[in-house]
Ligand binder design. Structure first.
Ligand SMILES: Nc1ncnc2c1ncn2[C@@H]1O[C@H](COP(=O)(O)OP(=O)(O)O)[C@@H](O)[C@H]1O
Ligand SMILES: [Mg+2]
Length: 252
């Protein structure tokens, strides 16, 4: 479970995230949808303890991140938007390195790793340097690193950006399987179609404010019935200047 209470971040005069109240339950894939600059990455950095909020609280499985950061972070698997991998390591070396950070014993790490390499079809490449991997394979290694300590909460920042369709499908299937196991998934995206295809519930963020929340069908209905603001936003997110796109989208 992830909960934010009045979570706020200011950068000087800019309110990047404004009094955000979100709750994501175990077994749920929550999409955090908004255009570029809306505050998605800032929110993720606060939820994962990479930056301190100006105000507000983050609870991970009920553990207060500011009061008990080590415990809270041990429950999180993060897949950042610009992942850092050590390209001069092999896939296996990199995963051992990550396992060491999380204090996982070698035997457990080895078992877990074989399982993950297998799942991602990386077994053949496990002992080659990461710099020789394709972009999709590097993305898989980043995801593998987030799985190794068996976290209960997964946080992904624009996970399918730059992925080929096959890798994107793999990420999608993986997230669904994790949710089924009772994990909590929070992912950001600026692509409406991805939120629609992958997420059980979606929160829409615009200029730091959560302006709507619900399932995609619920949000579509809201845009159609009452909210010109939401309608404009959907138009922006579908990327089309042509209103026909929006009409088609709302009528689907
Ligand atoms: N470290 C920072 N210093 C100043 N402004 C920032 C910083 N990080 C993000 N911002 C600003 O906060 C807003 C939200 O950014 P971000 O969270 O990266 O948006 P998103 O991930 O939704 O594209 C943007 O206006 C961005 O320029
Ligand atoms: Mg971002």
């Amino acid at each position: 479970m992830i909960e934010t209470i009045n979570l706020t971040k200011r950068f000087g005069n800019l309110v990047a995230v404004n009094n955000l109240n979100i709750r994501v339950n175990s077994g749920e894939i929550y999409g955090f949808l908004g255009p570029n600059g809306a505050g998605k990455t800032t929110t993720i950095r606060m939820i994962t303890g990479l930056i301190k909020p100006t105000k507000g609280t983050v609870l991970i499985e009920g553990v207060d991140l500011s009061e008990n950061p080590i415990k809270a972070k041990s429950l999180i698997g993060l897949i950042p938007d610009t992942p850092a991998v050590y390209k001069k390591l092999t896939g296996r070396e990199f995963l051992y390195f990550v396992a060491d950070i999380y204090d996982i014993d070698r035997k457990t790490a080895k078992r877990k790793m074989e399982e993950i390499f297998n799942m991602f079809s990386l077994t053949d490449k496990a002992d080659e340097l990461i710099e020789t991997y394709s972009h999709g394979m590097q993305q898989k290694i980043v995801i593998a690193a987030a799985l190794i300590h068996d976290p209960s909460v997964f946080i992904l920042d624009e996970p399918t950006v730059g992925l080929d369709p096959k890798s994107a499908k793999l990420v999608k299937d993986l997230l669904r399987a994790l949710a089924k196991k009772g994990k909590t998934i929070f992912m950001s995206t600026h692509i409406l179609e991805i939120a629609e295809k992958m997420c059980d519930r979606v929160g829409i963020i615009k200029e730091g404010n959560l302006i709507a929340e619900g399932t995609i069908p619920e949000l579509k209905k809201m845009a159609k019935d009452e909210s010109a603001n939401l309608e404009d936003l959907f138009l922006e997110l579908t990327g089309g200047e042509d209103t026909k796109d929006l009409i088609k989208f709302l009528e689907e």
